[in-house]
Design a protein around this ligand. Sequence first.
Ligand code: FAD
Ligand code: NAD
Length: 475
Amino acid sequence: MSEKFDVIVIGGGPGGYVAAIRAAQLGLKTACIDNFIGKDGKAAPGGTCLNVGCIPSKALLDSSKHYYHLQHDYGNHGISISAVAIDVPKMIARKDGVVKKLTGGVSQLLKGNKVTFYHGNGRLGANRSVKVTPQDGGDVIALQAENVILASGSVPIEIPGIPFDGEYIVDNTGALDFDQVPATLGVIGAGVIGLELGSVWNRLGASVVLLEALADFLPLADRDISKQAAREFKKQGLDVRLGTLVKSAQLEDGKVNVTVEDANGQSQHSFDRLLVSVGRKPYTEGLLSEDSGVSLTDRGQIDVDEQSRTSAPGVWAIGDCVRGPMLAHKASEEGVAVAELIAGKPAHIHFDTVPWVVYTDPEIAWVGKSEQELEAAGASYKTGSFPFAANGRALAGGQGAGMVKILADSETDEILGVHIFGANASELIAECVVAMEFQGSSEDLARIIHAHPTLSEAIHEAALHLDGRAIHRGN
Ligand code: FAD
Ligand code: NAD
């Protein structure tokens, strides 16, 4: 006999565990199945994000930022330090502690909301039947649900001929766990992971070279922001080689020898470690039996409509395994929306206002359209900007790099996009997301009182600049 649930969620990442909690809050009998094994060998719900993604990377970004500032910035404050050292195993242990605390917290939340948790591999069969193969080797458990939510996430893309070995040629998981600072680190792909994890090890003293196939740096970001960021990262010592295609990589005598091709032809580079961060792909291995009725797209994503319905009745899919940006908050909001739809409530995701953040130093954050996107769409728009170099709080904190840029409709003045490169951009962007969600105008931002002295005044000034009335810069 199969145990029956109103909702079974397969995957316990930020998409899955949030969907399960929301479904349980709505009074639905809910189960969540997750197969992740933590470093201690136990269940660790939280998915990629909590275990080997968002959270551990931010923990190491924080540690490495302290180390870097001690060496490079404290002197400006008149603080002298004679010897600064980094204990890498201790830094990694701190990161692991943060992860453990949060994954333990998710277990408690699931329990507190009466979600039945299974630590194992879930497989969807016909008519919303689900089989769980427990990670502890126990017997297969048969379950049945009215609704199934697939939230199986994503895994790193491997370049053919350059397999991960977990030590020298690594993905994000390996690069979050080096036991010492590599003297040289090669990174294939100057995208989000390459920049964040490249920054971590660069700040700790590694010589980091990012090999990027595309000719443009960070093409998803607004072009003015990418340009400023490229300059700033170069100053920090990140060596980004654009238009560089990696042909092969071989491990020889403890070194990874990489052959690349760029405008000057082929050349060889040798690194102590190589991080491959060329994107991620949906993780659907073992998830669907042949009679599940769920279709995949030609890119391997689970095919869903606007409201996350798959081709099988009562089966939904959310997060990294479906279309849209691979971001934790997008996965979570889809999870909430699907739980609410299942409970018969109205729900809607506004994909145009999903914020993006790259946690470099300074941070990059944006919401809405970039200038190049508006240009390509033939939109009629106006722009306003403000440099942090003219913001009092930024200067007082030694954080004068970067800018805020706002794009608004020429006729209606509705905000179409906001782009920030600067300290705390990850927090500053929230105001702009709210403004856009309420279909606000640049005039709204210009008329809202911003506390002084704060970094948020740069947003205020950029909005004023858009109308030619900025106070602290020329118009
Ligand atoms: P996941 O988090 O991948 O969770 C899916 C879970 O389901 C996993 O535990 C998986 O093992 C499990 N699973 C899969 N198949 C089965 C099965 N058949 N049975 C049982 N369990 C299964 N995003 C941000 O928004 N901000 C960031 O700062 C950020 N930083 C990142 C840094 C790194 C290094 C990486 C790699 C990613 C980062 N991301 C970040 C992206 C973010 O991690 C993902 O977008 C997010 O985790 C997606 O959530 P999800 O629930 O869809 O999938
Ligand atoms: P990415 O798509 O951000 O960057 C991959 C880069 O690799 C691209 O610039 C691409 O042009 C380049 N590339 C691809 N093949 C190449 C090759 N053969 N040689 C050289 N360059 C090549 O992917 P990622 O950095 O692996 O991150 C995966 C996803 O994880 C991101 O798209 C993002 O959704 C998520 N993530 C988010 C955050 C965040 O929100 N702060 C942080 C990390 C990861």
